[in-house]
Design a protein around this ligand. Structure first.
Ligand SMILES: [Zn+2]
Length: 256
């Protein structure tokens, strides 16, 4: 299997997920059609499915044009988003399994950024998860619809996947996220190392994606709300919940 990131719009990523034996291909989060079509042509691929993580325009904007260009495309999103995304042909929920050639993708409900947000995880032959705007590398999405408690649970769902699972998020926000993470945990050397590595990649115009679950457990402040250093940053009473800590950090990031 292969995952091919496709830079879209200003800082979005769509992805091509390919079963190499069968050439079956899914497009994840088709923000816009043109760069996705160019990537498909470059790889001589024809998509059979579009998988959307959530209803925001910068993740679904290419659906109609791609559906016209590739008749028969299966267009997938969560049942919650069935009236918020035009052109769907199939809805899924937590626990649903999608087949793409030899690959099986498991659907997880990950509300917080939006209430209909889902992640798609493939566990063999490699482990990858597409997290949309719920988890970014070293960060998480803004809480437009959900609560801190929902985001806390959703991030726990993602970082509970096996440690070598590669995380592919919806935006290239990693460098800014690590800059913020350094202010939360200035003594965390993993964050400093990740920042230097990602800064160098971005200077060369290369994508920072993916990170592994193991890296995110080490550097993502929103996935580290049980750590003493992160709790100390939040300055909450000792009996504050992990969701309370996440809420404080999310508000600090919004103002960063
Ligand atoms: Zn979004």
């Amino acid at each position: 299997m292969r995952v091919i990131p496709v830079a879209c719009l200003k800082d979005n990523y769509a992805y091509l997920l390919v079963c190499e034996r069968t050439r079956a291909c899914a497009v994840i989060d088709p923000s816009e059609a043109a760069p996705v079509v160019a990537a498909l042509l470059a790889e001589n691929l024809r998509p059979i499915m579009l998988w959307c993580t959530h209803h925001h325009w910068d993740h679904v904007g290419g659906i109609l044009e791609l559906s016209v260009k590739y008749p028969g495309l299966e267009v997938v999103a969560s049942t919650y988003d069935r009236t918020r995304i035009h052109g769907l042909t199939k809805t899924v929920d937590g626990g649903s399994v999608l087949s793409l050639g030899d690959l099986r993708a498991h659907v997880y409900e990950v509300p917080g950024h939006t209430l209909g947000a889902i992640a798609y995880a493939v566990m063999a032959p490699k482990r990858v998860v597409f997290t949309g705007d719920t988890m970014f590398l070293a960060g998480c999405g803004r809480l437009f619809e959900g609560t801190p408690a929902q985001m806390d649970q959703s991030l726990r769902t993602i970082v509970s996947l096996p440690a070598d699972t590669q995380i592919y998020p919806g935006h290239e926000y990693t460098e800014a996220n690590l800059r913020f993470a350094k202010t939360v945990e200035p003594k965390n050397l993993r964050i400093e190392a990740a920042f230097l590595r990602v800064h160098a990649l971005r200077e060369r115009g290369e994508p920072s994606v993916p990170h592994t679950v193991e890296e995110e457990r080490a550097v993502n402040p929103f996935a580290r709300v049980d750590e003493a250093s992160v709790r100390a940053y939040a300055k909450l009473p000792s009996n504050a919940s992990s969701a309370d800590v996440l809420g404080v950090i999310r508000a600090a990031k919004d103002a960063f």
